[in-house]
Ligand binder design. Structure first.
Ligand code: GLU
Length: 313
């Protein structure tokens, strides 16, 4: 079922672009960090295109993401199957979660969930917290919903209490995830499985030892950690890095100008200019002078645990 497993002793990372549109400067920075992190430690890198987010996924964006990575000078050792080709496999793991009664069918609509939400503003860490309206349901209750032809989501039941993990870049993390994030969706009885399930299953079976990604996914790590725990799987190391911000300190967006890599590529701008800019932003070089990815790798290899130089803001 899985063809892309590596030797277990090696560090193994992944590049996980979502082809929901063009890849931007911010994606380039995260990919470059992930690539340097693996290559500095003689590890292996898997390219995994995360194309489950239909209908936002665009066919043209798969190829474009690959072209962008190659243009930047980033290489990888293995290309994993598209997530859309592995749906049955995620659903098998969902069956395991059902057997363990760790998920329940939830019929709440987004509007209902938002209407029920009355938590104080400071608990808005990663979206609206699910109230637990359907949490008294059991897996068996889904049969009745199926018979009525109702649509529902499978929600993962978080355990009580604080969960903790160590981010190799950010340090110790702890949170009462049930209270501050709420039970979360792993699949729906219509449409493809959700990101949280697919990414956990892939990282596990593709033997990813180090997950390097943007810090917008820090809270997702609590969810994925809960799935690892539920299935008795060993969790990988995680490193979450700050996203690129514009001069106003806000996450890069359209108002900061067009930072699509494909657009720079078409304009004949050299990748060294982009890599040079990123290198300086990572604290790896003093100036943003153009530099190739391979020359930057040589710089990074000379600096022990260089990723700790990356500014926290
Ligand atoms: N595919 C996700 C993205 O492009 C990344 C998911 C992950 O790294 O876990 O934002």
């Amino acid at each position: 079922m899985i063809s892309d497993q590596g030797s277990s002793s090696k560090l193994r990372g992944r590049l996980a672009p979502s082809p929901t549109g063009a890849q931007h400067l911010g994606n380039a920075r995260t990919f470059l960090i992930a690539w340097l992190h693996v290559r500095c430690q003689a590890g292996e890198l898997v390219l995994r295109i995360e194309d489950l987010d239909t209908p936002r996924t665009k066919a043209w964006a798969n190829e474009q993401a690959i072209d962008d990575l190659r243009w930047l000078g980033i290489d990888w050792d293995t290309t994993a199957a598209l997530q859309s080709a592995r749906t049955d496999f995620y659903l098998e793991v969902l069956e395991e979660l059902k057997r363990k009664q760790l998920v329940y069918p939830c019929t709440c609509s987004r509007t209902q969930i938002e209407a029920c939400w009355s938590a104080p503003h400071e608990s808005f860490l990663d979206g609206v917290v699910y109230s637990g309206h359907c949490a008294s349901r059991s897996v068996e209750d889904s049969k009745e919903l199926d018979a009525k032809g109702e649509r529902y989501a499978w929600r993962f039941r978080f355990g009580e209490g604080t969960s903790q993990w160590i981010d190799d870049y950010l340090g110790s993390q702890r949170l009462d995830a049930k209270r501050f994030l709420g039970d979360f969706v792993v699949a729906r009885n219509y449409g493809p499985p959700a990101y949280q399930l697919a990414v956990t299953v892939d990282d596990h079976f593709q033997k990813i030892t180090h997950v390097v990604r943007g810090d917008d996914l820090v809270y997702s790590t609590y969810r994925q950690l809960a799935i690892y725990g539920a299935l008795g799987w060993e969790a990988p190391h995680w490193l979450h890095f700050p996203l690129v911000v514009g001069p106003d300190g806000k996450r890069l967006a359209k108002r900061h100008g067009d930072t699509r890599l494909s657009q720079w590529r078409q304009q004949g701008i050299g990748p060294e200019r982009i890599v040079g800019w990123i290198a300086k932003s990572l604290g790896l070089t003093q100036t943003d002078a153009p530099i190739s990815a391979s020359d930057l790798l040589a710089v990074a290899i000379g600096l022990k645990d260089w990723w700790h130089r990356i500014p926290k803001e």
